[in-house]
Design a protein around this ligand. Structure first.
Ligand SMILES: [Zn+2]
Length: 103
């Protein structure tokens, strides 16, 4: 994802498109990217993401330098030990909406 993508023109698309990402799409993304391998903390392979009203919960992490800047993430919890993995929502958005899907 390039910096140009975060221009004002694209932000009007990125926000609603990111909010539209479904649980099925998030499952598709992590399967395609193979990014939910065994937990590095405990070795289990039972991951779950929190959802709200049937869609994956989105979290923000604000910058301490400028609270008007925040990154959006989906996160997955290891159901055995609670280890948490963050997946940048922009990468998921890019996979589904930027020039089609990428392997
Ligand atoms: Zn674990």
């Amino acid at each position: 994802m390039s910096d140009d993508l975060l221009g004002e023109r694209n932000m009007s698309r990125i926000v609603p498109e990111t909010l539209s990402i479904t649980a099925e799409q998030l499952h598709e993304y992590v399967a395609a990217k193979q990014c939910l391998r065994n937990c590095e903390a405990c070795g289990a392979n039972t991951w779950e993401f929190p959802s709200m009203n049937g869609v994956p919960a989105l979290f923000t992490m604000a910058s301490a330098r400028d609270v008007s800047f925040a990154t959006w993430t989906f996160h997955f919890n290891c159901l055995n030990c609670g280890n948490t993995r963050f997946i940048g929502a922009g990468f998921v958005w890019s996979y589904f909406f930027e020039k089609g899907k990428k392997a």
